[in-house]
Design a protein around this ligand. Sequence first.
Ligand code: ADP
Ligand code: MG
Length: 260
Amino acid sequence: MTTATTTPNSAAKQSSGAPVIQMIGVSKWYTPEFQVLDACSTSVQKGEVVVVCGPSGSGKSTLIKCVNALEPFQQGDIFVEGVKVNDRTTNLPKLRSRIGMVFQNFELFPHLTIMENLTLAQRKVLKRGKDEADAKARKLLQRVGLSDQAPKYPGQLSGGQQQRVAIARALAMDPVAMLFDEPTSALDPEMVSEVLDVMVELAREGMTMMVVTHEMGFARKVANRVIFMDKGAIVEDVPTEEFFGSPRSERAQLFLSKIL
Ligand code: ADP
Ligand code: MG
């Protein structure tokens, strides 16, 4: 990977085009009595890194799952590269292939080798030939420092290695944006930094990212903005410096005092 020197990345600030991700007044109910998202609006520009934080159960996972239509919602609209997610004529497999998603528990295919994990969707969804898919996979494994692991199965790798494979697998699809849902929270402490390092490099290279995390060091280092959620609502959506600076909501202050 190339070494970048700027921080946080400046691409977003210069961007004037349409947002990569735009949410307008998104509300969702899991049951008629239980509203999980309450009129959430935000947008993510090309090259922007947005960290989403907030108490457990505040709706962070639900919010990012709505972006690639892994969860339906009842009110509002979400657009990805201008394409409406909540439109029944939208080609969802195609839309999902444009957005990389990395979960807390890696979610690799356990019965496939690392190499097969990295090439399956390239071949099935993007219709790449074996040589092209293999070459892409090798390049990405090298990038995340796992070139020698290609023939192994996920169960033979550490958690940190599996999560780096999951990131490489998502990148193999050449996504326009990457969504991360607490990518380091299932890891043993000594493995957190090897995953965060890959994410920091990705951010500095200009990848558009929405990252649910409580790693505030990561947020300070690379996030352009921080979204703070509470009880299904976006309570704050502010530049990173402002979030860690003085003027902010009591709820965010309380949250920060507990995790910093
Ligand atoms: P977070 O990621 O911030 O911890 P989630 O989006 O996972 O929050 O969950 C928000 C709330 O919705 C929680 O109260 C959770 O228990 C509830 N919830 C999550 N998934 C479902 C589901 N599939 N059905 C019903 N309730 C759910
Ligand atoms: Mg969650």
